[in-house]
Design a protein around this ligand. Structure first.
Ligand SMILES: NC(=O)c1ccc[n+]([C@@H]2O[C@H](COP(=O)([O-])OP(=O)(O)OC[C@H]3O[C@@H](n4cnc5c(N)ncnc54)[C@H](O)[C@@H]3O)[C@@H](O)[C@H]2O)c1
Ligand SMILES: *[C@@H]1O[C@H](CO)[C@@H](O)[C@H](O)[C@H]1NC(C)=O
Length: 438
């Protein structure tokens, strides 16, 4: 009996004492004494558990602490009849054969252009965006205001919010999803790798989980990237070329997306089309991209870093104008076949496609700068530097014959004409150093 007397020093030992209590039936007082002790310890243990649960936040906020972009999960409020009314009105197609499209990342560069193009031709469009601050959110707000005027409502929320996505599908039976929400940018991946996993992998999976379970399942068109070609040196890049050597975490998450798409197509019969965009540029573009910050820095008289590869090798990009990309996106939506699953189960084989959307005409970055100099009428202060090995590849060039054949995709804007439109927008938007929202 002696071991009963040695009171447990930690709550973890209670279990052992308990078994002693059941199997050793010793004399009265001592037995009562240890029972009382046991009760005290049990209560202490229960209290500890209770404190732990009361103090720990809800699951979504646990992850919030680790990743700033996750804060959006708890901050947004959505729902209510007025909100649902706005959602319905925005998603209503003008004609009976129009598409009903959920556009993720609608406040983004490509998302804004695609949403307004769809709305203009009579489709129903609802946007979703978390308005994160990867780059100046006021630009996203300005795009939102632009879309609002064309009748497109952007729901504020994160694609990781399953309840929100389910609610949206409950309110509107979307026929198509145009999935453009992502953490973009190649170099930022070294600074904030978690944001790539959060949006490009976890967010994509969450979206597909919801899409596979709703009835009817929508067809999904989504943005992959030319970066999946990674260290591939065979040019032009064709869809069948190897894509197993990503040069950045961004590229790796896009490649993962393509494999995840394959899985959801295979298991659940979701119709999935991936689009590998090649360096998209144009009005309302992304401030983190070279053509954009070159323009800004040239105007400020600031030196710009122009990369060259080893042995003075040319760094070139297959710059693609936004209107051409939009046409490719619409072509993909229009040729997307229906998903085949229902009730979360596959009923037959479904469409699975991947297309390059580029311009098929790579331009050296130094030539991009020369065009900007002419358009801005300002000489750039060039600082030639070696291309760092942190994600950027030397050269991109799309073979677009597959997209041409299947989507009727045919880019028509060369870099000179496209940049002219970008510069006109830029000067207007940032006139006098303050932005004029249209
Ligand atoms: N612009 C290019 O040159 C290019 C090239 C290749 C691929 N892409 C891909 O095309 C798509 C659109 O790119 P973009 O240039 O318009 O970028 P963007 O950053 O302007 O747009 C993405 C939008 O998605 C939103 N978003 C990000 N994570 C989200 C989340 N978890 N939940 C909800 N919203 C979220 C952002 O707030 C942003 O408004 C992205 O998938 C990108 O990876 C773009
Ligand atoms: C371009 O891609 C097509 C397949 O879509 C292929 O048949 C053709 O050979 C490719 N062209 C080049 C120059 O690689």
């Amino acid at each position: 009996m002696s071991h009963i007397d040695s009171a447990p020093s930690t709550p973890g030992k209670v279990k052992m004492e308990k078994s002693s209590y059941f199997f050793t039936r010793g004399g009265g007082a001592r037995w009562h004494y240890s029972l009382a002790k046991l009760t005290v310890w049990s209560f202490a243990f229960l209290a500890l558990i209770l404190i732990f649960f009361l103090r720990s936040p809800a699951p979504s906020t646990i992850t919030s602490a680790a990743d700033p972009s996750r804060r959006s999960l708890r901050n947004y409020n959505w729902g209510g009849s007025a909100w649902e009314k706005r959602v319905r009105a925005s998603a209503r197609a003008r004609s009976s054969n129009g598409l009903t499209v959920l556009v993720t990342g609608a406040a983004g560069f490509v998302g804004t252009h695609v949403s307004s193009a769809l709305k203009r031709r009579g489709d129903g469009v609802l946007g979703i965006d978390n308005f994160n601050d990867y780059y100046d959110p006021s630009l996203k707000r300005a795009r939102q205001a632009l879309l609002e005027r064309t009748g497109v409502f952007i729901v504020e929320g994160d694609i990781n919010d399953e309840a929100l996505l389910r609610k949206l599908f409950e309110v509107v039976p979307f026929t198509h999803v145009m999935h453009l929400a992502a953490q973009a940018g190649v170099r930022y991946a070294m600074e904030n790798p978690g944001s790539y996993v959060h949006s490009n992998i976890a967010g994509f999976v969450n979206l597909l989980e919801v899409c596979k379970s709703v009835n009817p399942q929508p067809a999904i068109v989504w943005a992959s990237s030319s970066s999946v070609y990674g260290l591939n040196t065979k040019v032009p890049f064709s869809e069948k070329d190897r894509t197993d050597q990503p040069a950045s975490l961004y590229a790796a998450t896009k490649k993962a997306g393509e494999e995840i798409a394959h899985t959801y197509n295979h298991i659940y019969g979701l119709s999935l089309t991936g689009l590998r965009f090649f360096t998209v540029y144009g009005p309302w573009g992304r401030p983190d991209m070279a053509y954009f910050f070159f323009t800004k820095d040239i105007l400020k008289g600031k030196q710009i870093a122009i990369f060259e590869a080893a042995n003075h090798g040319t760094v070139a990009r297959d710059f693609t104008y936004i209107d051409d990309i939009v046409k490719g996106c619409l072509g993909a939506l229009d040729t997307a076949e229906k998903s085949t699953g229902s009730g979360g189960k596959k009923r037959g084989p479904a469409q699975l496609r991947v297309f390059n959307l580029g311009n098929t005409s790579p331009v050296p970055v130094s030539e991009l700068v020369s065009i900007l100099e002419r358009l801005l009428k300002v000489k750039a202060k060039r600082n030639i530097m070696k291309l760092p090995r942190n994600g950027d590849v030397q050269y991109t060039h799309a073979n677009i014959s597959y997209a041409q054949r299947e989507l009727g995709y045919k880019p028509t804007t060369d870099l000179q004409s496209g940049l002219k439109k970008f510069v006109r927008w830029y000067l207007n938007y940032y006139s006098d150093g303050k932005k004029a929202v249209e």
